[in-house]
Structures are given as structure tokens and as C-alpha cells.
Design a protein around this ligand. Structure first.
Ligand code: DAH
Length: 339
């Protein structure tokens, strides 16, 4: 009987199959309920005691060999089928590759970064979760300064020293604390204000901050830089600087670019004046330089800050700022060809 089992083991090992049906027939013949292996097990009780051990081992070997074979053959057939699935019909058309689109905020930011990098500005970043010093105090906005109310701030409830930055001007402070002049840097990033969400304003948006510190920097340098920027950015070189107030600059100004009054949208956007306000700027207040460890007797400089979202709305004719953060693919896909 043991010899018979050994013959079967050899048969199992040599077995080859071309189809799933053949494998199944093989499985039933050996491992099925009424299969050979069960028949042998049923014989077990009739075997002389001194042969039981050898007999038992032989059936187990057959059982394992049959199971192993079925598994191998199945795996083989499955991987062949898979390959056919992938390479089967070589004449079929290629899979379409979905091309992504950059977000309009990124498009505008990249353009601004590119324009300033051409005149020697590098890019710097700072944290969105800030402390009071970098967002306010160092920027000449000490506690109880009324200008703190210009920006409604999200504070962290458990620690009034920690807040979500209200402007990217905080990066100015961090940059000056860590680097010595000459400084030419722009800092793009997201900012947060506790404002009601509407088509025109959001509780988070994006800004780009600019900072230029060196010996003998004047207001004329600022104006020239801004004019270069508006020309490159919008193709418009006519600008005007209106006196304004920011605690961190003195003197301070608001920058308007002459947009023109060619279309009805121009009328609406510029409230019929043709002028569009695009940023705040000024000469860095000596107090701010001092707070950041730079000697105002030796160095001077200018700073400016502008909102990216508004420029994106303007450039792409988007009527609602909320579209920029709703992640609606039908909206975002429209920017595929932009760069
Ligand atoms: N931080 C100002 C704001 O968020 C914008 C600004 C104005 C930045 C004047 C400046 C500046 O650097 O000089 O409204």
C-alpha cells in the first residue's frame, strides 16, 4: 500500500494543467471528499500497528504534495491571466493621462515670486501659528495699540500669546532677526482674520510681503520697485502712492495702479475711478529695525504687503473669493492651460 502511495506522490509532482478545470479535477481526485487521500485515511485502521507510523507519514506527504501542487498551479494560471489583462490587446488606445492644474492662487504667487526674483529678491517663509511678538509687538504694535483692531485676530484660547498670523509682515521680523543686511526678500503665505465670509472676504487668504534693507535705501527706490512690479505683473506702469498709516512703516502709503476704464468690469472694480488699490507699503519704521536688531542709524529700507487672492480674482475674472477654497474640480480644471 505504501508503494502505491509513493506512486501517487510521483504522479502529483509530475502533474501539469492547462486550465482551471483540469486543476479542479485533479484536486477532486486527490483531496476531494471521496478522493484518494480520504480513502487511504480510511484504510488506516486496517494497517498493522508496526506499520502505522510509516503509513501515516506517507499519506501526509501525499496530502501536502497534492495541496501544494493545486496552489502552485492556481497561482501560475492567475498570473498568466493578469499578464494577459495588462498586455493582452496591444492595439487598444493608450490610457488617458489626466493632467492636473495649478491653483489660481499658486499661479499668481509664482508670477509675483518670479518678478521679484529677477531683481534679486529671495523667498522666505514663516509659521502660520505665530506669537504676539512677531505678529504685533515687534512691528511697533505694542499691547493696547489701537491699530491692533485693524485686523481681527484669531487667538488660541488657552494662550493669548499665540495666534494665527493676521499678515505676512510677521515674516519680516523673523527674517531680520536672523539675517544681516543687505536684505531683499519676499514672503508669500496664508493669513487669517476673524471676518465674516462673503463673496468679497474670507477668514483666511494669502499675502506676499516684501522687504528691502540696505544702506541708503530711499522712498524713490520703493516707488521704482513698485512701478517695475506693476508693469511686469499687469502690464500697467502708471501708479500713485496715497499717504496712509501702518504702525510698522513711516511714512506709509497705499499703492494704486491705473487700471483704466475700458470695460464695464473696469468700472465696477475701480468704482468708476480707473484706479485700483493693490497694496500697502512704506519705509520700515526705525523702531521695527531696532526691535529686530538692526541699527536704524546705519540701515534703512522699505516694505510692502499685498493680497494674492484679490489679484487672482482680478486676473481670472472670478466673482466670488469662496471659489478659491471650495476645491470644486469643475472650477479648478479651468486653469489647466494657465501657467
Ligand atoms: N501688513 C499689512 C496688512 O496686512 C500690509 C502691509 C502694509 C505690509 C504696509 C507692509 C507694509 O509691509 O509696509 O494690511
Amino acid at each position: 500500500m505504501i508503494d502505491k502511495i509513493k506512486e501517487y506522490i510521483a504522479e502529483v509532482e509530475d502533474f501539469k494543467a492547462k486550465s482551471k478545470e483540469e486543476i479542479e479535477a485533479f484536486r477532486i481526485k486527490f483531496s476531494g471528499k471521496k478522493g484518494l487521500i480520504n480513502d487511504f485515511f480510511a484504510e488506516f485502521k486496517n494497517i498493522a500497528n508496526d506499520q502505522k507510523k510509516e503509513f501515516g507519514q506517507a499519506i501526509n506527504a501525499l496530502k501536502n504534495a497534492a495541496e501544494q501542487k493545486v496552489k502552485e498551479l492556481k497561482d501560475e494560471i492567475e498570473s498568466q491571466e493578469e499578464e494577459k489583462g495588462i498586455y493582452g490587446d496591444l492595439t487598444r488606445p493608450g490610457e488617458p493621462i489626466e493632467i492636473g492644474a495649478r491653483h489660481p492662487i499658486s499661479l499668481v504667487k509664482n508670477k509675483i515670486v518670479d518678478i521679484f526674483s529677477r531683481i534679486g529678491f529671495n523667498v522666505s517663509e514663516g509659521p502660520e501659528i505665530e506669537d504676539d511678538w512677531h505678529n504685533f509687538t515687534a512691528l511697533n504694535l505694542p499691547e493696547y495699540h489701537p491699530a491692533r483692531d485693524m485686523q481681527d485676530t484669531f487667538f488660541i484660547q488657552t494662550d493669548p500669546d499665540i495666534l494665527l498670523r493676521t499678515h505676512t509682515s510677521s515674516v519680516q521680523v523673523r527674517y531680520m532677526e536672523n539675517k544681516k543686511p543687505p536684505i531683499r526678500t519676499i514672503s508669500p503665505g496664508r493669513v487669517y482674520r476673524n471676518e465674516a465670509i462673503s463673496a468679497r472676504s474670507h477668514c483666511f487668504f494669502h499675502q506676499v510681503e516684501g522687504l528691502y534693507i540696505d544702506k541708503g535705501v530711499s522712498f524713490a527706490d520703493l516707488k521704482q520697485t513698485l512701478q517695475y512690479f506693476t508693469t511686469e505683473m499687469f502690464g500697467k506702469s502708471k501708479i500713485r502712492l496715497r499717504p496712509s498709516y501702518f504702525p510698522f512703516t513711516e511714512p506709509s502709503a497705499e499703492v494704486d495702479v491705473y487700471w483704466g476704464l475700458e470695460t464695464e468690469t473696469d468700472y465696477r472694480m475701480t468704482k468708476g475711478t480707473g484706479w485700483l488699490e493693490i497694496m500697502g507699503c512704506g519705509m520700515v519704521d526705525p523702531n521695527v529695525l531696532k526691535n529686530c536688531g538692526i541699527d536704524p542709524e546705519e540701515y534703512s529700507g522699505f516694505a510692502f504687503g499685498m493680497g494674492i487672492d484679490r489679484i487672482a480674482l482680478l486676473q481670472y475674472g472670478i466673482s466670488d473669493i469662496r471659489m478659491l477654497s471650495e476645491n470644486d474640480l469643475r472650477f479648478l480644471e479651468q486653469f489647466k492651460s494657465a501657467f
